[in-house]
Design a protein around this ligand. Structure first.
Ligand SMILES: C[S@@+](CC[C@H](N)C(=O)[O-])C[C@H]1O[C@@H](n2cnc3c(N)ncnc32)[C@H](O)[C@@H]1O
Length: 150
């Protein structure tokens, strides 16, 4: 995969690493994308937290994965299906929220799930962390969560 990527994406920096611990500085990316990887992860919340770490405040994440309705189909055939991890749309959104992401949305098109979310803007984070402001801040950082199915 790494060899192919280096051949096909000339000029791109291609790094081999575990998604749970990537060799990049905090807040060094504005976006993270992951396609057909989430299914294989044994600790998805740890990976999403690692994505948050490398994202700037207000950075975006997009994760494409296969939903449980595709288990055993050509999109997720056996025997690999039994070794992977499927999540309902609601469960997928909950994993993202547990990792500290906000603005969580899951779009499901025929079992293909697209999770999108954002890290908090630094201003939101300051408000949420201020004990003097109580619940006022936490409400604003959790708004806008949606699940859609098409
Ligand atoms: C089905 S391939 C998809 C590759 C590519 N994203 C694509 O769409 O063609 C799954 C990839 O996830 C990688 N992977 C699985 N678990 C991983 C982990 N914990 N950390 C990093 N990569 C992982 C595998 O090495 C493999 O390259």
């Amino acid at each position: 995969m790494v060899k192919l990527a280096r051949e096909r994406a000339a000029g791109a920096e291609v790094v081999l690493a575990s998604a749970e611990s990537v060799p990049f500085a905090d807040a060094s990316f504005s976006a993270v994308a992951m396609s057909i990887v989430f299914f294989f992860l044994t600790n998805p919340v740890a990976v999403l937290r690692e994505c948050c770490r490398v994202l700037r405040p207000g950075g975006r994440i997009a994760v494409y994965t296969t939903g449980p309705e595709l288990r055993g189909t050509r999109a997720a055939p056996e025997p690999i299906a039994s070794r992977g991890h499927f999540y309902t749309d609601a469960a997928l959104a909950e994993l993202a929220r547990r990792a500290g992401l906000s603005d969580v949305e899951v779009h499901n098109h025929r079992g293909g799930q697209l999770l999108t979310a954002a890290t908090e803007h630094s201003a939101q984070r300051r408000v949420r962390l201020s004990p003097a402001l109580g619940d006022q801040g936490s409400g604003s950082s959790r708004g806008g969560d949606r699940l859609t199915r098409s």
